[in-house]
Ligand binder design. Structure first.
Ligand code: ADP
Ligand code: MG
Length: 268
């Protein structure tokens, strides 16, 4: 019997929220991603790790829609989203870390969060950016509430009036996390949120991710294997575009193949 293609038959208790099936991405004759299968369950904190060049960002881009895979499929809550644009995935509840450039430096922290919240609010598509910026907030009461909640969650309530460009690097990362949260996602995808941070800031950022996103399903892509071991429910190791291992952190840490991949990988 044919299995329904749509989200109708989706059961969050038993079915993975996110499923990648044979995900493959070639750049010319180079295969960056090679038949990756991935199942992420509701409420899970999943980390995807791997040495530099393993294909982590390529995987992230195929999952979020920034790249079209050469082969394979991505399902979100039972729906095939492989061919959907990034914003269509965000609307369905796939929150992703925004590109640096979508933080508007000349706008306040609050306005940045509010724009992200509004981007998924009903009818947002029909409203121009200019109207969005200058609309009275009472027209968007839900958006205003959500904005306040997010500002508090990310610990930037007292800096809400500050221009985003004046934020220190760590606070900037908090704001980026806030932009993801503002879209009220069922699944959050983060690609190396600690890139460029020192060890103390890295530790604090991972703690923040764990704290703020503990009630969400999270797929965290991270280069540093040690960093994710204490916080993840399960870890997937990518190596040369393929899944080398998936399992609980303790098992991954003790895996010989994983150790070899890291020792043999290019460390930057
Ligand atoms: P990671 O995020 O794990 O460090 P990437 O996914 O960024 O790895 O890259 C995986 C491999 O694919 C690397 O060898 C990289 O050079 C290559 N690659 C990534 N993007 C492109 C592209 N647009 N064109 C050609 N090669 C690419
Ligand atoms: Mg990367």
């Amino acid at each position: 019997m044919a299995v329904s293609d749509g989200a109708d038959g989706f059961d969050p208790e038993t079915d993975p929220v996110l499923r990648a099936d044979g995900l493959t991405k070639r750049f010319g004759d180079f295969t960056a991603l090679d038949g990756v299968d991935l199942d992420v369950r509701a409420g899970e904190f999943r980390s995807v790790i791997g040495p530099n060049g393993a294909g982590k960002t390529t995987l992230f881009n195929c999952l979020t829609g920034a790249l079209r895979p050469t082969a394979g499929s991505v399902r979100f809550r039972g729906e095939d989203v492989t061919r959907l644009a990034p914003h269509e995935r965000v609307r369905r509840g796939m929150g992703r870390s925004f590109q640096i450039s979508t933080v508007f430096g000349g706008l306040s922290v609050r306005e940045n969060v509010r724009l992200a919240a509004q981007s998924v609010a009903e009818g947002a598509g029909e409203i121009s950016l200019r109207q969005e910026l200058f609309s009275p907030t009472d027209r968007f009461a839900g958006v205003a509430d959500r904005t306040d909640a997010v500002l508090s969650d990310i610990g930037l309530a007292d800096r809400a009036g500050e221009h985003a460009r004046n934020l220190a690097h760590g606070d900037r990362r908090r704001l980026e996390l806030g932009l993801v949260l503002a879209t009220d996602p069922d699944l959050v995808l983060l690609d190396e949120p600690t890139a460029g941070m020192g060890s103390e800031e890295t530790r604090r950022t991972i703690a923040l991710v764990e704290e703020v996103l503990s009630d969400r399903t999270l797929l965290l892509i991270e280069h540093d294997i040690d960093l994710v071991m204490n916080v993840s429910d399960a870890v997937t190791v990518l190596h040369r575009g393929q899944v080398l291992a998936t399992g609980p952190p303790e098992r991954i840490a003790a895996d010989d193949e994983v150790q070899k991949a890291y020792l043999g990988g290019v460390r930057e």
